[in-house]
Each structure stands twice: as structure tokens, then as C-alpha cells.
Design a protein around this ligand. Sequence first.
Ligand SMILES: NC(=O)c1ccc[n+]([C@@H]2O[C@H](COP(=O)([O-])OP(=O)(O)OC[C@H]3O[C@@H](n4cnc5c(N)ncnc54)[C@H](O)[C@@H]3O)[C@@H](O)[C@H]2O)c1
Length: 460
Amino acid sequence: MPVPGPGYSITIRVEAPPSASAAGDLTSAVGRVGGVITAFDVVESHADRVVVDITCNATSAEHANEITEALGELPGVAVRKVSDRTFLIHLGGKLEVHSKVALRNRDDLSRAYTPGVARVCQAIAANPEDARRLTIKRNTVAVVTDGSAVLGLGNIGPAAALPVMEGKAVLFKKFADVDAWPIVLDTQDTDEIIRTVELIAPAYAGINLEDIAAPRCFEIEARLREKLDIPVFHDDQHGTAIVVVAALRNALKVVGKSLDQCKIVVCGVGAAGSAIIRLLLHRKPADIVAVDINGIVHADRGDLDSNLEQIAANTNKDGMSGSLHDALVGADVFIGVSAPNLFGAEQVKTMAKDAVVFALANPDPEIDPIEAQQYAAVVATGRSDYPNQINNVLAFPGVFRGLLDAHARTITDDMLLAAADAIADVSNGERINASFIVPSVFDAAVAPAVAEAVRKAAQH
Ligand SMILES: NC(=O)c1ccc[n+]([C@@H]2O[C@H](COP(=O)([O-])OP(=O)(O)OC[C@H]3O[C@@H](n4cnc5c(N)ncnc54)[C@H](O)[C@@H]3O)[C@@H](O)[C@H]2O)c1
């Protein structure tokens, strides 16, 4: 059941009679249809009427309409205007360029631009490594998408993906002071994407691939890693894997189990699931059973692509076949990065004692977390309205900060594992419990800790 949140926040400007009961009538009308008021401002007052801005959270665009209609139906009340606050913060985009140097006079101009800049260009031409010292390359990351798998919205194309990429760039800046720039590509051809990124790479110290559909994303990342001398990181894969490995380490601490005794079911073997499995395998769990839309992944299934073949070769030691429900029997851990509402409490009951359930499909998880809690000892989701939110923001800003600080040319699984341990350690010690296995995304200690761990691993 979704709860009203700031993602659907509207400000409704209404004209109402100046009676003593007007404010109460307005707020009750919003409350009756389930809206949550966050601000009530009288913006004009006259002898015969007041004009009020009511800001409230809704659960959806339809719910926002319902709230507006409920206000409009009150006697003597007229709705003047409805502003969607989410759209308001997107007007003109969320990013702009600031100059770091002042241009006050001819002297400044001659150094920042011609003729002075020519000597800097020559220095870089003579020693290309100087680009990291003398240009924006030092601190700049490209956030690259083809718009083919944007959030849960699917293939909506490059222009429609831009708000997400801008948001990502804002997060990079806020959490790790990384200057990230959105690059949305008008192609979904693997070779064209690779060639384009290769061509723009000189200005960047890292490439963050974003919202590119599986299985294309695997090939694009692998080939770019071979071609480029800067780190290439597909956040939907590795950002998720890092935070899952961190959260799992702390969840197992809560239930007193060690990974080498755990059977883990990973449901969803796309971008996120494949990377989670690969990273978890480094930690040597007792077994991982992968499940996708066609059931348990095993070597004899006959429909496996090269990614699934590789997964099958490294998981499912007992050669199980069947459905997700079959896989869950006796499992210690469920990690879902697949689709909504795939199982219920009765299946959690079949898992091992003190089961851990990470139901991360967004926006609706594989199992309702309230239902999962009936039998699971620890439950996590991708949602901000439940405890234990598995959020990539915990990983990618610090990861890139560390890579940039180390002048890293590649990214390795050791660095990803170091990032995972750093996240787990931030929330460690006395603070860990079933409702707190990962730190808050606003915990200021996270990004520096991740950056430091990645920097050390990169320089190792
Ligand atoms: N931090 C997070 O919480 C987080 C991070 C990454 C992804 N996700 C969520 O995980 C989901 C998958 O993301 P992705 O980028 O890997 O997608 P993807 O399209 O690359 O992969 C989806 C996988 O789910 C499987 N699947 C689909 N329907 C299924 C079903 N009914 N039963 C079993 N398996 C099924 C598909 O076969 C595929 O292997 C999305 O809902 C996404 O929002 C959450």
C-alpha cells in the first residue's frame, strides 16, 4: 500500500470564504481523501475571501487530482491553480556550469583564455597525463545512458532519461564533490555506444554507465573497460551489488550466521542480479541459486545466453530445477531484483530459521515487506518508506571519489568489495539491528569512508 510522499507533492492555490471554519474545512477535505498536508500558507486576505496555498503529499498523480477535486467541491471554495512541486524543481533542468576562475579584467582573460591558455595546451600535448592536473578531467565523470532501461519505466529513450541523469549528477556533487555530466545518447546500438563513449572519454576521469538494458550493458561495459584507460562502472550492476553485499554482511551478523553456511536465492538475473551474484561469489557462500522469469537457472535449461551460462556454471551446486517457490525451501537468504509480488508469507515460512529477505524490485517489491516480516528475521527493500533501504547512493559517489583521488585507470572487484565493507562498517558496532543494517543515505560518514576504502584498494 503506497503512502503519500514528496514524489507526488502538489501546491493547490484556493480561494475560500474568510470564515472561522474555512481552514478546518480545507484541511479536513484533504485528510478525508488521504492527502498529507505539509504546509498551509495564507497568501492573500480580503474582507470577502482568503487565498490559501495548501501543499500536500499524495500517493500518485490520480490521487493528487482526487485531492484537488475534494477541495473544489467545498461550498464557496474555488481552486485557482495546482502546481506539481516535482515538475517545478525540474524547470530548466537541475544543473548548471559555474566558472572557478574570475574574469575581472584583461589580465585574467589572458591567463584563463588566449594567449596564456596556449602554453597549458602545449604542456598537455607534450605530456597527456597533465590533463588530470590542468583540466576538468581530474574531477569529471560522464553519466552515460541510451535511455533503454530507465528506472522502472523501461525503454523511454535518451531525452526522457535526462532528468534521471541530471539527478544522478546532482547526487555525485552533493555526496562526493564529483563533477558529473549527463550524456544521453541517441542510439541503442552497442557498437555505436561504445565508439561514442570512446570518442568523448578524453575529457573524463571515469564513466558511469546508467540505465542501459541487459544483456547489452554487459558487453558495453566489458568492451569499454578493455578500450579505455579510465574506470568504467555500470551503476545498476555494481552499485547495487556493493550495497547488497554490505547489507547482507550486517544482516547475517544480526541473525548470527556466516556466509559460508548460507544458501542464497537470487531472483532476477538481469543487470542487478548478475552483478550481485558475481560479487557475492567472492565471499564464498555455501551456495547461490539463481532464478529468473523462466525459473531456477541450471546448466541444462537450454535457453541460457552467455551471461546465464556463466552464472549457471558457478551456482546451483545441487543442480536444482523448478520455480522460485521451490528454490526458497530451506534458503537462508532471498535477494530479489526482479518483479513485484512473486511470493507471500507462506513461502517465507518454508525458508530456513531466521531468514533474511531483501525484496528490492521497485517500486513494488517481490513480497510485501510487512508480510515477509511474519517469518523473516531481517527484511530490506529498495523503498524509502520502510527500514533498511538498499540504495545505490550509498555506493557510487564514494566509489568515484576514491577512483578519482587514486587516478585509477580501471576498477576491480577488490575495489567493489572494499566499498561494500566500508558501507557495512559505517553502520557497524552497537548500531546494527534488524531495522538498521545499512546507514542512512544522508549519513555524512558514508561517502568519505567508501572513497577512502576504494582509494586504498586502487593504490594497492
Ligand atoms: N537498490 C535497489 O533497490 C535496486 C537496484 C537495482 C535494481 N533494483 C530493482 O530490481 C529490478 C530488476 O532490475 P534490473 O536492472 O536488474 O532489471 P533487468 O531487466 O536487467 O532484469 C530483470 C530480471 O528479473 C527477471 N524476472 C522478471 N520477471 C520475473 C518473474 N516473474 N520471476 C522471476 N524473475 C523475473 C528477469 O528474467 C531478469 O532476469 C527492478 O525492479 C529494479 O528497480 C533495485
